[in-house]
Design a protein around this ligand. Structure first.
Ligand SMILES: Nc1ncnc2c1ncn2[C@@H]1O[C@H](COP(=O)(O)OP(=O)(O)OP(=O)(O)O)[C@@H](O)[C@H]1O
Ligand SMILES: [Mg+2]
Length: 263
């Protein structure tokens, strides 16, 4: 078997360890992501999905267990692992093209090359007109696309995305999903994306990792064996959505019971 792009092995994350506020967010979590695979994480609020993405990005460390990227332990941030947060975090004082080219500039690329790559990427995400604009002049969906272009500028082997479309209206969200699928196919990067939308998960994923309530671990891994683009009206699509809904409902109930008990 090929080496996984990412291995999550028996990972535990305790926040505020050794203090009265200690909280086990993740426990005994294990799964792999293959090169170029699109994996969606689906789970109740507070089960540790964002915590895992921060650790995969190298911004936090696990309390226990192993996180491997290309077979090597993750020890800090790296341009091969791109991250997109829920709210697009662009630099407000730079133009969109400058935002996209920011990492290339840090890496010491020359202006002509930076500009060329930024233009190519902005064209790809449908923002060719926004090259000279500033973030505040763009809509939320456009800003997320610019953030996607910026992450892609480093040619990452994997993109981590934390509910990237949660703040968008349904129509914009559907368009963004189309964009993302095209870009993903061209880039051949792996994707690890968190969403609360079961429909979005079924529309996009190769595999869906369903989490338990906190402490988060794998409840079930569901493969989505449907050709893309997928039609939400397709009976197989609907059936899978219902199954995932049932899987999640138990865990969401549990999460709420625990939250109420702790108040
Ligand atoms: N920096 C932190 N310090 C302390 N506790 C934290 C920190 N980040 C997250 N937590 C706690 O860890 C648990 C998991 O949080 P996390 O944000 O990973 O959940 P999530 O699955 O992303 O939830 P949601 O779906 O609501 O975004 C929560 O109880 C949260 O309060
Ligand atoms: Mg989160």
């Amino acid at each position: 078997m090929n080496q996984p792009l990412i291995s999550v092995r028996n990972v535990r994350k305790v926040w505020n360890e050794n203090s009265p506020k200690a909280l086990t967010a993740i426990d005994a979590l294990s799964f792999d992501v293959a090169p170029g695979e699109f994996v969606v994480l689906l789970g109740p609020s507070g089960c540790g999905k964002s915590s895992l993405l921060y650790m995969l990005a190298g911004l936090e460390t696990p309390t226990d267990g192993e996180l491997l990227f290309d077979g090597m332990p993750i020890e800090g941030p790296d341009t091969e692992r791109g991250m997109i947060f829920q709210e697009a975090s662009l630099y407000p004082w730079l133009t969109i093209a400058e935002n996209v080219a920011f990492g290339l500039k840090l890496r010491g690329e020359l202006p002509e090359k930076r500009e060329r790559i930024a233009r190519e990427l902005l064209l790809k995400v449908g923002l060719a007109d926004a090259v000279h604009k500033r973030p505040e002049e763009l809509s939320g969906g456009m800003r997320q696309r610019a953030a996607l272009a910026r992450a892609l500028s480093m040619r990452p082997k994997v993109m981590m995305m934390d509910e990237p479309f949660a703040a968008l209206d349904i129509q914009t969200r559907a368009k963004m999903q189309d964009h993302l699928l095209k870009i993903w196919r061209d880039s051949r990067a792996g994707v690890v994306m968190v969403t609360h939308s079961i429909e979005e998960a079924v529309a996009l994923a190769d595999r869906i990792v369903v989490w338990t309530a906190r402490p988060g671990r794998v409840k079930e891994i569901v493969s989505v064996d449907m050709p893309r683009p997928r039609n939400p009206r397709d009976p197989a699509f609907i059936e899978l959505q219902l199954r995932l809904g049932d899987l999640l409902a138990d865990e969401v109930d549990r999460a709420f019971r625990e939250m109420e008990a702790s108040i």
